[in-house]
Design a protein around this ligand. Structure first.
Ligand SMILES: *Cc1c(COP(=O)(O)O)cnc(C)c1O
Length: 326
């Protein structure tokens, strides 16, 4: 950790990490890969700072907590519109279809959140946005499946859910968008300046990049993102089938076609039993199952690193819990 970020040892790690992102996601030459700090939340601010002006507006699709935060940050910088919502009677239980979006063809970009961790919804198809660049927060599902990167203007993701430790945010950005970035910002806030400096404008989060590089090596050994997709689908199917077969003891409020493969959010028909479920699960070694504080209930976050066996143990626990308390 004391090694200089300009020294050969770190340079090798840095280049390998960038190269692994490129090769695992098949990033075309039209796009640049960046490692930045400030998390996904930092990007909520950097996006409008770089791409909005008083004369251009941006479209935001609102599908829950994170997209609301992204929208609120942009609103402080420039004009924004809501181009679609996943809200039904005050609850974010679905994602809108492409046909339900109303996109301003003049918008600087369309922003959406591909996977919504708190409510457990996910876009399973990338909506077509015409000529308007699509900007997607993939913090909670990056590297969980293959992507056609050429369809995106910007993809960004905090590493800490599917990729590595907190402290680094991965940005995949199309060159022509970099050219449009505001010139009025200090370099540290300009995406184009980071691209020109190969993400070494200043000291990068070296330890986070190093661990991310190691996780990307692991991912490659596992068979890459296609193998991850199969594994993730299998894991999610096992839990949703357990919920659907419980006769209402467990239920999911999320519309079936919008169900997340990463965050399985569900409730017990008896809410009194939810804390009991969480406590008994912890006693069985199954931890981190409490739902997001804004939503409640139960949430199984089954990111890439969670094994099929781990999910199987949870499914068996759920059936056993139902047998005792149902
Ligand atoms: C977790 C999460 C974030 C938060 O990112 P930070 O790196 O903590 O700023 C943002 N967006 C999504 C979709 C997330 O899942």
């Amino acid at each position: 950790m004391e090694l200089s970020h300009r020294g050969p040892e770190y340079r090798e790690v840095h280049e390998q990490a960038l190269e692994r992102v490129r090769s695992l996601l098949d990033v075309p030459r039209s796009h640049e890969v960046l490692f930045l700090q400030g998390g996904a939340t930092g990007m909520f601010g950097l996006l409008p700072l770089n791409l909005l002006s008083t004369t251009t507006s941006a479209d935001y699709v609102n599908t829950g907590i994170w997209s609301t935060k992204a929208y609120e940050a942009a609103r402080q910088v420039g004009p924004v519109r809501v181009a679609g919502t996943g809200e039904v009677n005050g609850q974010f239980i679905r994602v809108p279809t492409a046909a339900e979006l109303s996109i301003d063809p003049q918008a600087a970009y369309v922003h959406l959140t591909s996977n919504n961790t708190a409510v457990g919804t996910q876009f399973h198809e990338v909506p077509a946005c015409g000529e308007v660049p699509l900007v997607v927060d993939m913090s909670s599902d990056i590297m969980s499946k293959p992507l056609d990167i050429s369809r995106f203007g910007i993809i960004y993701a905090g590493a800490q859910k599917n990729l590595g430790p907190s402290g680094v945010v991965i940005v995949i950005v199309k060159h022509d968008i970099l050219e449009r970035c505001s010139q009025k910002l200090p370099d540290i806030f300009r995406l184009a300046a980071h691209a020109r400096a190969n993400s070494l404008l200043h000291t990068p989060p070296t330890f986070a990049v190093y661990l991310t590089r190691n996780v990307l090596d692991w991912l490659k050994d596992q068979g890459g993102v296609s193998a991850m997709e199969m594994r993730n689908r299998k894991k999610a199917r096992r839990l949703y089938e357990t919920i659907d077969a419980s006769g209402g003891f467990y239920y999911s409020a999320v519309e079936k076609t919008s169900r997340s493969v990463m965050n399985i959010v569900f409730r017990l028909s008896s809410t009194k039993l939810e804390p009991v479920f969480i406590e008994r699960a912890a006693q069985a070694g199954l931890i981190g199952l409490k739902g997001h504080r804004a939503v409640g209930g139960i949430r199984a976050s089954i990111y890439n690193v969670i094994s099929v066996e781990g999910v199987e143990r949870l499914a068996q626990f759920m059936n056993e819990f139902m047998r005792i308390y149902g």
